[in-house]
Design a protein around this ligand. Sequence first.
Ligand code: URA
Length: 434
Amino acid sequence: MRMYDLIMKKRNGGALSKEEIDFMVEGYTKGDIPDYQMSAMMMAVYFVGMNAEETLHLTMAMAQSGDMLDLSGIQGIKVDKHSTGGVGDKTSLALAPMTAACGVKIAKMSGRGLGHTGGTIDKLESFEGFSTAISTETFIRNVNDIGIAIMGQTKELAPADKLLYALRDVTATVDNMSLIASSIMSKKLAAGADAIVLDVKTGSGAFMKQEKDAFGLAKEMVQIGKNAGRNTIAVVSDMDQPLGRAVGNALEVKEAIETLKGKGPEDFTELCLTLGSLMLCLAGCARTQEEGREMLKKSIADGSALDKLAEFVKAQGGNEKMVYDTSLLPAARIVEPLPAPKEGYIEKLVCDEVGICSLILGGGRETKESAIDLSVGIVLEKKVGDYVKKGDVLAVLHANDREKLKEASNRLLLAYQIGEKETKEGPVIVGIVK
Ligand code: URA
């Protein structure tokens, strides 16, 4: 078999067979197929597309390119959750303890943030001493003992995807539905869960700006999951403005804790209840979504979800006192309000711009190696649909550097579009794909 012939076949509109896809993925992972040939293939796929069968074969080939985590040592149905990423997306921080408190086994692999979106691991490191660099044995033991463990993605997990994603990133071939779906699902399948709940974001701060594309991606991923024998459901949710009010690592941890106390923002709480109730159903802990929602609400009301977070933080070396006293979390030196420049309705809040402002303050990574400041970020006091008078506080910026604060404030002001048009905030749940 020759890579040249496969590139030509795809370029001319053909469908690749399982053997051809296996040859290509294996050859590229081993270094036998050079970047320039794989780049040409990715561009051909970008223009021609892949059918459902090809997408499944690509997913399986990438999943099997490294270790497939064996979670059979954990009793019960293991459910994983994945978000396609967004600004202020601290969902796992609240959702994992809520669902674990209701009996779901949470064995999760998470990533760090890159660019304007944050990663769960960075956020969790706001807890002093917390580590996701745990062995597979500790991971499995913790899930069996307390129902929850989160570890960092190992190098051995879907290495073909890692190589391909880095190549796509620099060859303008990221935003193809089959390539995104296979990339995400290869990691989820390799991570070993029995069932998967996907949170596919749509809107200005998401990969998929248009609703129809988000539903397309959701359907493609659900189909891959089912074909691979994993019960999979996707929720399409809004990312046209940041989720909740806090953007920035420790600030988001604080908001997740507030949510576990029943005092979280409405949109964020609703997303957690929707995703959580689906997870409870897939895990066999609830018969219906309604029953699942009630169980989750009870875990908040009786404090068991908050206690589960503390148990989890402690089990992974973190200071669990911070769960009960959020004033111990990293805090920025400068806390400054941003006043509204005029009266009117918030017609739009450009989502990725808010993420970039947090990045400017030092809350995200410019490169994979950059250190991040866990304490900085933004708390949005006003969101889409709110009416403001001149001088009302739009947002509060948390900073450690005056220069960065100035740059972020100027930019955040431009992210708020204030006008006379009465605007309604859209629902956080856009749809569910089963
Ligand atoms: N996230 C991934 O893991 N892969 C993609 O291709 C896009 C987003």
